[in-house]
Design a protein around this ligand. Structure first.
Ligand code: PLP
Length: 412
């Protein structure tokens, strides 16, 4: 093995950079295992936001004065950093949105208006978050189109033969998640995109759960749209990115009207600003963009290779330790999996288990995880979900396992 192959990753050093991981919950040091819902933030991100408000705060794109120009530079630098992070060809293809949900709504609404007609179909998958179902349902209802669903097998993987069967000429867009928030499944999005493109069909990828764990290159994937949220990748809430290929964004009408997105306004007619501003009505979340840039820098300083190695090790360890518990059933055993462990214990409601874990200082998510159709597919009311980030350690896993054992002893 080359000497340089392994970059040192010191989880205990990394943990010290996250103030919230030093706190306690219900009198116990917190074991935070809910990063798929929202990740914790390193002080670098918190400091970047504070510094922005202390030293640079002004509105962007409009002021002739120095402070406003500095704020504009900070905001546009963040866009450029986001562009290079996902290797988008141009920064005008990087639109700042509130998060992944808004990114999908933007595309469903405006692509829908421009391209969906009666009798058309939109293809999603059976493991989508509600954010990648409901906006399409709304667009379909509006346009007289139909929502079709790629089914999921018992391991929690997409059935690709079914995908190919459903990919008919009626389909105008495919919208799939890169990584499932409930199952951890990593979907073969490059293959999905290639197959869709053979038929000239564009693909939107919901990257909310991929971006915290893996390098995303939108050109390599050839994604038409790719969207993600800052708060799931160690950045602030209220900011996210929608990448879209220029050729589509130019054809799509604006999403919202207001300041910033216009070129000229008269009472008779408005002409729209160029990309990306056409899709950014109103004052954007400038501090959020600055915080997102700090989060990108932070991820890059650790490196996805180190992140992957550490998380894969924890995932394998966690699955093995939990497996020893009698009556445990894992939901989501895909061959390609990110660091999410969803499970049930026979005879125990996930909510009861989660409540006991909370008392022990262990933060997990319980319920349907905004994937009700997927719960229906597995005929379950919900799961207990432990979702890991690079700042988790074996002690977090040991506490989870011990906590589940104690809960089982109490509830059975
Ligand atoms: N897509 C997936 C796969 C998610 O897990 C989530 C959030 O959990 C979303 C979309 C929505 O993200 P947000 O609430 O940040 O807009």
């Amino acid at each position: 093995m080359p000497v340089t192959a392994q970059i040192a990753f010191d989880v205990e050093k990394v943990r010290k950079e996250f103030p919230l991981l030093q706190t306690s919950m219900n009198g116990k040091p917190i074991a935070f295992l809910d990063s798929a819902a929202s990740s914790q933030k390193p002080h670098q991100v918190i400091d970047a936001i504070t510094t922005y408000y202390r030293e640079k705060n002004a509105n962007v794109h409009r002021g002739v004065y120095q402070l406003s120009q500095e704020a504009t530079t900070a905001f546009e630098n963040a866009r450029e950093r986001a562009r290079s992070f996902i290797n988008a060809p141009a920064s005008k293809e990087v639109i700042f949105v509130r998060g992944c949900t808004e990114g999908i709504n933007l595309v469903a609404s405006t692509f829908g208006k421009r391209f969906l007609k009666e009798g058309n179909e939109v293809l999603v998958s059976g493991m989508e978050h509600h954010s990648n179902i409901v906006p399409w349902q709304m667009a379909c209802e509006d346009r007289g189109a139909r929502l079709r669903v790629i089914p999921v097998n018992d391991r929690g993987e997409l059935i690709m033969e079914e995908f190919e069967r459903l990919l008919t000429d009626k389909v105008k867009i495919v919208a799939v998640t890169h990584v499932s928030n409930t199952l951890g499944t990593i979907n073969p999005v490059a293959e999905i995109i290639a197959k869709a493109h053979e038929k000239g069909i564009p693909v939107l990828v919901d990257g909310a759960q991929a971006i915290p764990h893996m390098k995303v290159d939108v050109q390599e994937l050839d994604a038409d749209f790719y969207t993600f949220s800052g708060h799931k990748m160690f950045g602030p809430t209220g900011i996210g990115v929608l990448y879209g290929k220029e050729k589509w964004l130019n054809e799509m009408p604006p999403y919202q009207g207001g300041g910033e997105m216009i070129e000229t306004v008269t009472f008779e007619k408005t002409t729209y600003n160029e990309l990306p501003h056409k899709f950014e009505a109103g004052t954007p979340d400038i501090a959020g963009a600055v915080g997102l840039e700090a989060a990108i820098e932070y991820i890059q300083s650790i490196g996805y290779e180190a992140i992957h190695r550490h998380e894969a090790e924890l995932l394998a360890y966690g699955a093995h330790q939990l497996q020893q518990i009698e009556g445990i059933r894992f939901i989501g055993t895909a061959r390609e999996k990110a660091s999410v462990i969803s499970f049930l214990v026979e005879g125990i409601h996930p909510y009861d288990l989660g409540t006991i874990l909370d008392k022990l200082g262990i933060a997990v998510r319980t319920g349907h995880h905004c994937t009700q159709p997927l719960m229906e597919r597995f005929c379950i009311p919900g799961t207990v979900r432990a979702s890991l980030a690079f700042y988790n350690n074996k002690n977090d896993i040991d506490r989870l396992v011990e906590g589940v054992r104690r809960a089982v002893a109490m509830l059975k």
